[in-house]
Ligand binder design. Structure first.
Ligand code: CP3
Length: 352
């Protein structure tokens, strides 16, 4: 069944909309005091992700505050490597880490895609609970990391400044990295399809680190596997089309190539001009983005000005979902998010 507010789904499919819909990457997070409270109650971030009641609660927090046009499942991209047995943990203030990074050839050869129905049941339970709680008011977005971005964390064992370990594997033992990516592509496809079957009405693939590769390596080690995932996705569920968004951070230079892999929309970071991007894809797909998250540290007037600039740049007509160019910062004042959502809704009516 279509949600009451289906502007987000319609914009992704380039169908007419009365205004430009907006959601925000990391909309449920530490900039919200109510999130921090629930997280304290959970003990830590992973417990929060693994408890469907609490994951539902935090998913709904930004929806209750702001007039957002979509909800996104509260989870993390690293649930897949965790389910593969790498032992995910979050060291306070240090970001994600793995107890058993994937470095040895035997471990790589042993790697298998987890069965989402058993190993990631808690995510699917959260999806169905969130769908119930949303009561068909707005659509729910499911998500996954890209095969390459997951491989970065799996091989590095956490975040990295230069991705030296995974890039060394890429140049020295490309067949080993290809093996990991092949397993990851199956894992991501199965995981997203399970989320769709549990009720996700659109999906986004986060390729956060693909943009760190050379153009040749991007095509071979990230884009090829994104294409494989997208072509394996369920595109219809419950009689409705399930749109798919691909977001490669710093991937603006490869926009035409990303647009050609079969996705419905491409997410853009703030470095590219969205109007030029629209011309480059010839209106064939939709675009999502692309305000610099740092604009939210200014004030309501500067936020409105930047919203207007982006709306003018995209121009008239459907096919634009407003978002930030990357996740919202934990230090963002929530009132500025309210100003952003209202500005997008108000100012965009003139473009439809
Ligand atoms: O958008 C949403 O509201 C949905 C939830 C969501 C989270 N992570 C919650 C989260 C989504 C879509 C993600 C995706 C994710 N996770 C990505 C891709 C997007 C991006 O930001 O590039 C990546 C690379 C990760 C891995 C990850 N998870 C990192 C690097 C960190 C630490 C970063 C930090 O800001 O400390 C996380 C933790 C994380 N994931 C938090 C949240 C709300 C903060 C955890 C906390 O409460 O301490």
């Amino acid at each position: 069944m279509k949600p009451k507010n289906d502007t987000f789904l319609r914009a992704l499919l380039k169908q007419p909309v009365p205004y430009t819909p907006i959601w925000i990457m990391r909309q449920a997070g530490r900039y919200l005091p109510e999130y921090n409270q629930t997280r304290t109650r959970a003990g830590n971030f992973l417990n929060l992700c693994k408890n469907p009641d609490m994951a539902t609660e935090v998913t709904l927090q930004p929806i209750a505050r702001f007039g957002l046009d979509a909800a996104i499942l509260f989870s993390d991209i690293l649930t897949i490597p965790d389910a593969m047995g790498l032992g995910l943990y979050f060291a306070e203030g240090e970001g994600p880490k793995f107890e058993r990074p994937l470095r040895e050839e035997w471990a790589i050869r042993d790697l298998t895609a987890p069965d989402p129905d058993t190993h990631l049941r808690y995510v699917l339970d959260a999806v169905s609970q969130i769908r119930k709680a949303l009561n068909n008011e707005i659509p729910l977005i499911g998500f996954s990391g890209s095969p390459f971005t997951l491989a970065c964390y799996m091989v590095e064992g956490g975040g990295s400044d230069d991705f030296r370990t995974v890039k060394t594997m890429l140049y020295q033992r490309p067949e080993l990295l290809h093996h990991i990516l092949q397993v990851n592509a199956k894992a991501v496809t199965d995981y997203l399809n399970a989320q769709i079957q549990a009720g996700a009405q659109a999906v986004q693939i986060f390729d956060t680190w693909g943009g760190m590769l050379s153009s040749a390596a991007y095509e071979e080690f990230s884009l090829a596997y994104l294409r494989q995932v997208v072509s394996g996705l369920l595109r219809d569920h419950d009689g409705e089309r399930v749109p798919c968004i691909v977001f490669t951070k710093s991937g603006g230079i490869w926009l035409e190539k990303i647009a050609a892999i079969g996705c419905d929309a491409v997410g853009l970071d703030w470095t590219c001009d969205i109007g030029e991007a629209r011309k480059r894809v010839g209106g064939k797909i939709s675009l999502q983005g692309n305000m610099d998250p740092m604009v939210l540290f200014s004030g309501p007037d500067a936020i409105r000005k930047e919203v207007q600039r982006i709306l003018v740049s995209y121009g008239s007509g459907s096919g634009h979902v407003f978002n930030l160019g990357h996740g919202i910062s934990q230090f963002t004042p929530p009132e500025h998010v309210a100003a952003l959502v209202d500005a997008v809704h108000e100012l965009s009516r003139a473009f439809h």
